[in-house]
Design a protein around this ligand. Sequence first.
Ligand SMILES: Cc1cn([C@H]2C[C@H](O)[C@@H](COP(=O)(O)OP(=O)(O)OP(=O)(O)O)O2)c(=O)[nH]c1=O
Length: 193
Amino acid sequence: MPRLVLASTSPRRKELLEMLHIPFTVCSPQVDETISDSISPANMVMELAARKAKAVAKHHGDSCVVGADTIVAIHGDMLGKPFDKKHAFQMLQTLSGQTHFVFTGVAVFFADTIETFYEKTEVTFWELSEKEIERYIATDEPLDKAGAYGIQGWGSLLVKEIHGDYFSVVGLPIARVARMLEKIGFPIFQQYE
Ligand SMILES: Cc1cn([C@H]2C[C@H](O)[C@@H](COP(=O)(O)OP(=O)(O)OP(=O)(O)O)O2)c(=O)[nH]c1=O
């Protein structure tokens, strides 16, 4: 069986991939994330996931490499990670009381071919006061996360409704990743038999 490599610096993605209960290594992807503004959110996350997987595959030729990218889309805007606390405040004000979409793209590079897919999850926030936003930012949770929140942490208190894959919001739609790995020859489900 080929080796599995996660092309990511995200501790959340590592924790989620551990849910497969198969061994893997982690490698940081060095990529230029510059991308056209006019691309759709779905194509953007798949393209960036593919860049990450390919960058790591260059050094791990015989392995199967998984890359991912997550972005928040609201009213035609795309929110990545905030630059600083002021930017995080603006993002959380935009999300307050509104419904947005979290797109996560996944790319699996194996045997010189790349397969990509994306998952779209709908998330609705409670109305947030300025004080609540300030308190949340003071936790330091928002800075390394798309849309300036983490649904798996204190950010769970901001969320009124979610439709779709929770794990995709956290950074990796693990059930679909498992199915894709099965498809390309990694036995994931037979370990339960
Ligand atoms: C919306 C949301 C995002 N996030 C995180 C997932 C991703 O780690 C991050 C989005 O940034 P990404 O650029 O997708 O990923 P990353 O830079 O953290 O890691 P890498 O590129 O090395 O794989 O936001 C959460 O942890 N919880 C959430 O609720």
